[in-house]
Design a protein around this ligand. Structure first.
Ligand code: R5P
Length: 280
């Protein structure tokens, strides 16, 4: 997706190099915006940190940048805790020293993408299928910095009309999917929620997570509303392993959009993109 070149593409505090961001062309792609947000987040990284390494097309830019800074000697003594097999492979290839939660139960900082971000910095994650490891790692973080392009900002979780992923055990997944659907008054596409098993590319076999589970995607007719109650109810269903709502976990969200980069910290008054979003 091509987006008009920002009127102020970098905030005053954005001091990163801008390696592949076009300077003269008048368009930034959605991937450019993801990279801008991710590079901004890497400014929070300091030598000696234990880092949660997120998963997805936005987080991959942050992992690349961390690898680059390590290779240049601008960062030292970093330990990365990957949130998926894919990120593990990427970080290994970049020479980032890796560990896990068993050996590093407290993480200084994690950087990850998100599928939806609400005005309170609650998130939907897991459209890439990595929600369980992401939630385990990011629950152990002192600071979780989320990086998104502005298309991810919503007024309420579930409001994008796109998938709300739930990781379930394969055993009788259809039964679990029906229970999830009926939790929200759904069924047959007529209600507030429709549950669908995620299929692997090609549409045949079920998509299988890094933990050998399945994903049931929930599609809501509008914002869920009471996300805490929805979270508790989903987790009470036997067969549900974890859901993709990350509530009260993000400490900072960096959103890149056509008019620049907005950094919002938990509890701060809304400005920039977030403010514009909440007015719309
Ligand atoms: O399972 C995937 C993760 O939760 C991703 O962080 C999330 O889906 C956002 O991915 P992307 O940056 O590719 O939009």
């Amino acid at each position: 997706m091509a987006i008009p070149f920002p009127c102020f593409p970098f905030s005053e505090t954005l001091t990163i190099d801008k390696p592949s961001i076009p300077s003269s062309p008048s368009l930034l792609t959605q991937d450019d915006l993801k990279q801008i947000a991710a590079y901004k987040a890497v400014e929070f990284v300091e030598s000696g940190m234990v880092l949660g390494l997120g998963t997805g097309s936005t987080a991959t830019h942050a992992v690349s940048r961390i690898g680059e800074l390590l290779q240049q000697g601008k960062l030292e003594n970093i330990v990365g805790i990957p949130t998926s097999k894919k990120t593990h492979e990427q970080a290994l290839a970049l020479g980032i020293p890796l560990s896990d939660l068993d050996h590093h139960p407290i993480i200084d900082l994690a950087i990850d993408g998100a599928d939806e971000v609400d005005p309170d910095l609650n998130l939907v994650k897991g459209r890439g299928g990595s929600l369980l490891r992401e939630k385990m790692v990011e629950s152990a973080c002192r600071r979780l910095v989320v990086v998104v392009d502005e298309s991810k900002l919503v007024d309420g979780l579930g409001g994008s009309g796109l998938a709300m992923p739930v990781e379930v055990v394969p055993f009788c997944w259809a039964h679990t999917a029906r229970r999830l659907e009926s939790l929200f008054g759904g069924g047959g596409g007529a209600g507030r929620c429709v549950a669908k098993l995620r299929r692997a590319e090609g549409g045949g076999e079920p998509f299988v997570t890094d933990n050998a589970n399945y994903i049931v995607d929930l599609y809501f007719a509008g914002p869920i509303g009471d996300v805490e109650a929805a979270s508790d109810a989903m987790l009470r269903i036997a067969g549900v392993v974890e859901h993709g709502m990350f509530l009260d976990m993000a400490t900072t969200v960096i959103a890149a959009g056509a008019c620049g980069v907005t950094v919002k910290n938990k509890g701060e008054v809304e400005t920039g993109l977030f403010n514009e979003r909440s007015r719309s």
